[in-house]
Design a protein around this ligand. Structure first.
Ligand code: NAD
Ligand code: DAU
Length: 347
């Protein structure tokens, strides 16, 4: 099998690439990535010499390039993760999200459809999406696969649009597809613009921890390797034209999560208990901030037997340990452009 994984140099993509390269030596895994600020080949250093892995640098927005790639290689499956993924950046520059997340997705869909149109048998387009397409929950309830789409940020609107295009290609052209919508991931190789890695880095550097609004926003957190395992299952066992919600059954209000992280960091860094918590600073809220996300992951549990394998406490400790023992990785990222980004968003 030739498998194309897009966005494989990013956070989740690198875990998916690693899993497929290691677990399926018979597959040839092609990782297509533009290497934006979020893409980093250091994430794949441990597997990049393996013979069933190949990296291709390229932009999914470049239609000609994508078409020629699909003419050159006969892919059996696509796992599409490449995207602009940060909500705050989408508020600053929505068009960048339309280009990559919408036009880029349609380019890949078109190329796959055109190359498979004579025989869809054995082919699969797997679109990796987010729970943010469902909008915001109140204090009660869970997102199911039947929840209506109601995106609130330019990021989630662009992901919702890409989901609709995937479904439309299934209905209109018969393209075999699956979609999964997952909650917040955390773990190794997470770019330090997102809550958990940003706060780990700031605690290390004794910088303030900018909690948006009153900190009472709620997210459902899943360890990234559990997401990669779910993607593996959905790719191999998921039903054509189906959507699967993936989540951690693990809701945390931001402020409680941040306080737990501070405790773990104090312990790991041999600091006085309570020291990191003093860094918490309430800052201006994110515009259009979704109050709560929570996933009902019972369908993937019932149909494919998936459930998270690590508790949040275990996953958080593993994550903190990884960041503390990979300071070189963190330093490479937080030098250069990152400093400008930080100044622009947080000063
Ligand atoms: P990320 O930002 O860490 O990685 C995105 C990757 O895509 C990077 O390697 C980047 O270089 C690449 N990329 C961006 N634009 C590209 C382009 N035009 N052409 C080719 N490559 C391009 O993102 P992530 O957090 O790993 O998320 C991966 C996917 O999973 C996204 O589709 C995201 O919407 C979805 N998702 C993320 C989460 C989460 O919590 N992080 C949760 C659910 C779903
Ligand atoms: O739910 C899945 C989504 O989770 C993915 O689709 C996105 O790609 C991913 O970025 C993530 O989106 P969030 O906006 O939930 O993640 P983020 O880490 O940016 O923020 C988590 C919460 O923490 C959110 O309520 C905003 C808050 N926050 C975030 C940052 C960066 C802060 O309070 N301060 C911060 O500095």
């Amino acid at each position: 099998m030739n498998i194309l994984i897009t966005g494989g140099a990013g956070f989740i993509g690198s875990h998916v690439v690693r899993r497929f390269v290691k677990n399926y030596p018979d597959y040839k895994v092609y990782n297509l990535d533009k290497l934006t600020y979020a893409g980093n080949l250091e994430n794949l250093k441990d597997i990049d010499k393996l013979s069933n892995y190949k990296f291709i640098k390229g932009d999914i927005v470049d239609e000609e390039f994508i078409n020629s790639l699909f003419k050159r290689i006969d892919f059996d499956g696509v796992i599409h993760l490449a995207a602009e993924s940060h909500v705050d950046r989408s508020i600053e520059d929505p068009l960048a999200f339309v280009r990559t997340n919408v036009i880029g997705t349609v380019n890949i869909l078109n190329a796959a459809k055109n190359s498979w149109i004579n025989n869809f048998k054995g082919k699969l387009f797997y679109h990796v999406s987010t729970d943010e397409v469902y909008g915001s929950l109140g204090n009660e309830g869970l997102f199911t696969e039947e929840t209506s789409y109601d995106p609130n940020s330019p990021y989630s609107a662009s992901k919702a649009s890409s989901d609709h295009f995937v479904r439309a290609y299934g209905e209109t052209y018969g393209l075999p597809f699956v979609i999964s919508n997952c909650s917040n991931n955390y773990g190794p190789y997470h770019f330090p613009e997102k809550l958990i890695p940003l706060f780990i880095n700031n605690i290390i550097e004794k910088k303030s921890l900018p909690v948006y609004g009153d900190g009472k926003y709620t997210r459902d957190w899943l360890f990234v390797e559990d997401h990669a395992r779910a993607i593996d299952l959905v790719f191999h066992k998921g039903k054509n034209h189906e959507t699967y919600n993936i989540g951690g059954f693990n809701e945390w209000q931001n402020i409680n999560l941040v306080k737990l992280l501070c405790l773990v960091m104090d312990k790991k860094l041999n600091r006085t208990q309570g020291e990191s918590e003093k860094l918490i600073t309430y800052v201006k809220d994110r515009p259009g901030h979704d109050l709560r996300y929570a996933i009902d992951a019972s369908k993937i549990n019932k149909h494919l037997g998936w459930k998270p394998s690590v508790t949040f406490e275990e996953g958080l400790e593993k994550t903190v340990d990884w960041y503390l023992s990979n300071s070189e990785w963190l330093n490479h990222i937080t030098s250069g452009d990152y400093k400008e980004y930080y100044k622009k968003m947080y000063s």
